[in-house]
Structure formats: structure tokens, C-alpha cells
Design a protein around this ligand. Structure first.
Ligand code: BGC
Length: 255
């Protein structure tokens, strides 16, 4: 079991990619904390499912954009599970509007969840890991859009681009503590965030045409990469973005 004895927090892990990562890390032996916002039922269901397979899990409600809630998330984890080895910044949101019509309040909200959240979480996690003096892993779920523009999604792209440089900078700062920091940059993964695309065959076909492998990625495929980056096998990986996009970034269009 690659993650035996490790404790992981995965933000936004009641659904989608986060749920797959939390479930996969638990199956690899880690004790996991399911962070969520809103109704507790989906998070409780993930906890029940993990426990039924014999691993340790608990749910904690915490908004990643609120410093007090983030500090409490880390403190509750260390109190209940004894330590913190892996922090996965997965919680994220997007909302699409043409740039000239983009509402300011929504810009602030997307930046708060997608960029300020990972800053606050990485900071709280790093402090706990430094105190343990035993290294650690910080993994950010970014996007191909940390590199690739996406019209109508300006704040999301700005946040993910910011997350790339946040990761690179803190990877250097935290390296002396043997804490590695990396981004996973998924392309089109079949999850609720893409409900609008999944609902329209035409938009879905246009998206698939952008992907050399010609299909959606699965949350479990992203989870496998996260498990690798969290494991001892990835001890020499830091400061990098690992793309998992079916070749999307290499699509050469009509050429
Ligand atoms: C976005 C999706 C999009 C995918 C590929 C993801 O980061 O959340 O909306 O389909 O990138 O463009």
C-alpha cells in the first residue's frame, strides 16, 4: 500500500475529481479528510464508503477561502488523525461569461476559491508539516487552463495561471523542509463541473475534437496521478505541472 500510515486532506472531495482522489488515497492506505462546503450528505456518503472498505476517514466543513476555517481544518485533522502528510488543493469553481460582461463579484469569488484558497491551504498545511519535520506533499489540482486560454472563463484561467506560479515559488521555499509542491493539470474530465458541456451533444462533440485521444478523462485517472505524486516514489518531483489531458495541449487543429 503506497500511502500506508499517511494522513491526507483533500479539499472539495464530496464530488468529482476530489472524491476520486480521496477514495483512491484511502484505498492506497491513507487516512483521509473529506473537506466540503454546503450540505453534508455527499461528504458523509464518501466517508461511509471509505470506512466500509476498512480505511479511516472523516468529513470537515471548511470554506477554503476563509483563513479561520482553513486553519481549523488542519487543526481538526492533526487532532483526530495525529498528523498531516498530504494536502490536495482540489476545491474549485468556474462560471462562464464574456469578458466585457464578467460580473466583478463573480471574479472575486472565483479568485477567492481557485487561487486564494490554495494559498491559505498550502500555508496552513506547510506550517503543520514543518512542525512535524518529516517532509510532506502539497498537490494542487490546476487545469490545462493554467496554460491554455479559455474564452468566457477569464477569472478561472487567471486563477489557474496564478496557481502555476504559486506552486513554483513555494516549491522552492519549502524544498529545504522536504515538502514537495506540484500541480496536476487535468483537461476535460467527466465531472459535475462540466454539466453544461455534457448536456449538449454539439458542445461535447466540439470539445472532443480538441482532444487527440478523443474522449473524456476519468476522475480515477487523475486520482492515480495524485496517488503517485503523494507517494514516496515521487520524492524527487517538485515545482512541476503534470498534465493529464488526452493530448489536448498538443492538438494542432486543422494542420
Ligand atoms: C474546465 C472544464 C473544461 C476543461 C477542458 C477544465 O479545467 O473545468 O470546464 O472542459 O478544463 O477545457
Amino acid at each position: 500500500m503506497e500511502l500506508q500510515g499517511k494522513v491526507a486532506i483533500v479539499t472539495g472531495s464530496a464530488t468529482g475529481i476530489g472524491k476520486a482522489i480521496a477514495t483512491g488515497m484511502a484505498a492506497a492506505g491513507a487516512a483521509v479528510v473529506i473537506d466540503y462546503v454546503g450540505a453534508p450528505d455527499p461528504a458523509d456518503a464518501v466517508v461511509a464508503s471509505i470506512r466500509s472498505k476498512g480505511s479511516q476517514a472523516m468529513a470537515v466543513a471548511a470554506d477554503v477561502s476563509d483563513p479561520d476555517q482553513v486553519n481549523s481544518l488542519v487543526q481538526q485533522t492533526v487532532k483526530a488523525m495525529g498528523r498531516l502528510d498530504i494536502f490536495v488543493n482540489n476545491a474549485g469553481m468556474e462560471s462562464k461569461y464574456p469578458f466585457t460582461e464578467y460580473p466583478f463579484e463573480l471574479w472575486q469569488k472565483v479568485i477567492a476559491v481557485d487561487l486564494t484558497g490554495p494559498f491559505l491551504c498550502a500555508q496552513a498545511a506547510a506550517k503543520a508539516m514543518i512542525q512535524q519535520a518529516d517532509g510532506g506533499r502539497i498537490i494542487n489540482i490546476s487545469s490545462v487552463h493554467e496554460d491554455l486560454p479559455m474564452p468566457t472563463n477569464a477569472p478561472y484561467c487567471a486563477a489557474k495561471g496564478g496557481l502555476r506560479m504559486l506552486m513554483r515559488t513555494i516549491a522552492v521555499e519549502l524544498a529545504p523542509h522536504k515538502i514537495t509542491v506540484n500541480n496536476i493539470a487535468p483537461g476535460a474530465i467527466y465531472t459535475p463541473i462540466d454539466a453544461d458541456v455534457e448536456a449538449s451533444k454539439k458542445i461535447e462533440a466540439a470539445l472532443m475534437a480538441e482532444i487527440p485521444l478523443g474522449r473524456w478523462g476519468k476522475p480515477e485517472e487523475v486520482a492515480d496521478l495524485a496517488i503517485f505524486l503523494a507517494s514516496d516514489a515521487a520524492g524527487y518531483c517538485t515545482g512541476s505541472t503534470f498534465f493529464i489531458d488526452g493530448g489536448m495541449l498538443r492538438q494542432s487543429g486543422s494542420l
